[in-house]
Design a protein around this ligand. Structure first.
Ligand code: ADP
Length: 485
């Protein structure tokens, strides 16, 4: 029973076998009953007409009747002929192993004889001119028989009866043969059910077991397993869903793991970034407290350094919060129609003096075209500031910075090119990451936070645009972003 509960195919097999057996059984029973009835009716008709035939033989109920004729007749239909008189006494009895000579002298009555089934009422019916029949055991003839009794008429008078008996064995034999065929059919049915079950086990059980194994390995954290099912049926659908589930779970878990890693990295980075300015501030403050500054000018210098570090901290904190909010989608972009040309002009102006101080030639080149698009002006400005600020920072005196606006098909491109040191190809994908700084030592003084490009990338991508850089070390870099109109 345990194995039955465990296998769908076995269950199906049992159901099928049960079905076959039930169908075969009922067909067999009904068929046998119907055929038996048919055979009997046929046999009865045959016997009746035979008996009627015999009853017309002249002097049939005479004791002197030629027994040879009767015995020939009895042999012909392989039965027994019995002639009785009005009182029920047997005059002749021949066939089926009976050959009673001078039976009439013995005065054997068919009614009340312990080996014969006839009753007084039967005899009365016959004598009233009726034909009666009997089917069943007939000890007198040591056999199961079908018997017909027809009246013997002599000039309108019933003078006796012809009783014809035919053994039932041949009929039963034929029915038995038929039942054997039905049993063979049942066996073939069971064999077919078994073959079918085996086929079903291929199409149902095996894929189900495969899915079971896949689900198990998923539970263990292995999402690489896929169920290979070619069928399009419900099982195929299930397998497909399972595969999709595995793929999606795998993706989700990878994303979750990545998010978790970045969050941990972020926390580690922030702590690290905070530590540097804090220890500088601590150092200078302790120096001041210990009276290490000798002159007022030195004291002033310390204070300025402390102040600078505080500003740096503030900027860092502000940028971290900014980035987090943008990444979390908490910052709502205030989208409005803006002219990118105008915006670029504004930011460019801002940096003019700084560029002059550093002896850098800065130029703004706006190609003819339309630069109006929907965007958040403050955020786009922030991107431009970050890019130009970086460019100014890395470009040595005598270098050049070129800001270019170009109209593309359905988009606008802004590029900021410098003649700085450029970026190594392997560094290029990394600079967009938070806290990534090419020159680690630069972090200490006048350095950025390593967040500028990460913020810029986030803002542009929120606008549905892209950012990228092309750079050759030693020949400067060109940062550009594209925003769709
Ligand atoms: P930061 O605020 O420190 O500049 P960013 O995210 O803006 O941080 O830049 C990340 C890194 O990319 C920095 O280490 C910087 O040196 C490098 N970088 C940015 N712009 C340029 C550029 N125009 N040329 C060379 N390196 C650059």
């Amino acid at each position: 029973m345990k194995i039955l509960r465990k296998s769908v195919v076995l269950k199906l097999w049992l159901f099928m076998v049960a079905l076959v057996l039930i169908i075969i059984y009922f067909t067999g029973v009904l068929q046998t009953a119907k055929l038996r009835q048919l055979y009997y009716n046929q046999q009865l008709e045959l016997l009746t007409s035979e008996a009627k035939h015999i009853s017309t033989i002249k002097d049939i109920n005479e004791q002197s009747m030629n027994a040879n004729l009767l015995s020939t007749l009895a042999e012909a239909f392989k039965g027994n002929i019995m002639i009785i008189d009005r009182q029920g006494y047997i005059i002749h009895c021949i066939g089926m192993g009976m050959s009673m000579k001078n039976v009439a002298d013995e005065k054997i009555s068919v009614v009340g004889h312990h080996d014969l089934p006839w009753k007084q009422s039967d005899l009365q019916s016959i004598m009233q001119g009726k034909t009666i029949s009997y089917q069943g055991a007939y000890h007198f003839l040591n056999s199961d028989v079908l018997t017909v009794a027809v009246p013997l008429n002599n000039e309108g008078q019933v003078t006796g009866s012809v009783m014809l008996s035919s053994p039932l064995a041949p009929i039963e034999e034929r029915i038995g043969a038929l039942q054997r065929i039905t049993i063979y059919a049942g066996m073939i049915g069971i064999a077919l059910a078994t073959v079918l079950s085996l086929l079903l086990s291929r199409t149902i059980s095996r894929p189900l077991l495969k899915m079971h194994r896949a689900a198990r390995s998923m539970a263990r954290g292995d999402y690489s397993r896929r169920v290979e099912v070619k069928s399009q049926d419900e099982i195929g659908l299930l397998a497909n869903s399972l595969n999709i589930l595995a793929t999606e779970l795998q993706e989700k878990i990878t994303t979750l793991e990545r998010l978790d890693r970045t969050r941990r990295e972020f926390v580690a980075n922030v702590s690290h970034e905070l530590r540097t300015p804090l220890s500088i501030i601590q150092g200078y403050t302790e120096a001041l407290m210990d009276g290490l500054a000798e002159s007022e000018a030195e004291r002033q210098k310390y204070l300025e350094d402390i102040h600078e570090e505080i500003l740096r901290l503030r900027r860092l904190v502000a940028e971290i919060l900014d980035l987090r909010k943008i990444e979390a989608g908490q910052i709502e972009m205030k989208m409005q129609e803006i002219s990118l040309a105008y915006l670029a002009g504004q930011v460019f102006e801002q940096f003019q003096t700084l560029a002059e101080d550093k002896q850098i030639t800065a130029s703004l080149d706006i190609a003819p075209g339309s630069y109006t698009l929907k965007a958040d002006p403050d955020r786009i400005k922030q991107v431009l500031i970050n890019l130009i600020d970086n460019a100014l920072r890395v470009t040595p005196p005598g270098g050049q910075i070129k800001v270019t606006l170009t109209e593309l098909k359905d988009a606008v491109q802004v590029s900021v090119a410098d003649t700085g040191p450029g970026i190594l190809p392997e560094e290029q994908p990394l600079i967009w990451e938070r806290f990534y700084k090419v020159d680690k030592s630069r972090a200490r003084t006048g350095g950025g936070t390593g967040l500028g490009l990460a913020i810029a990338k986030n803002i542009i991508e929120t606008h549905g645009g892209t950012v990228d850089v092309s750079s050759k070390p030693g020949q400067g870099s060109t940062f550009y972003f594209i925003i769709p109109k």
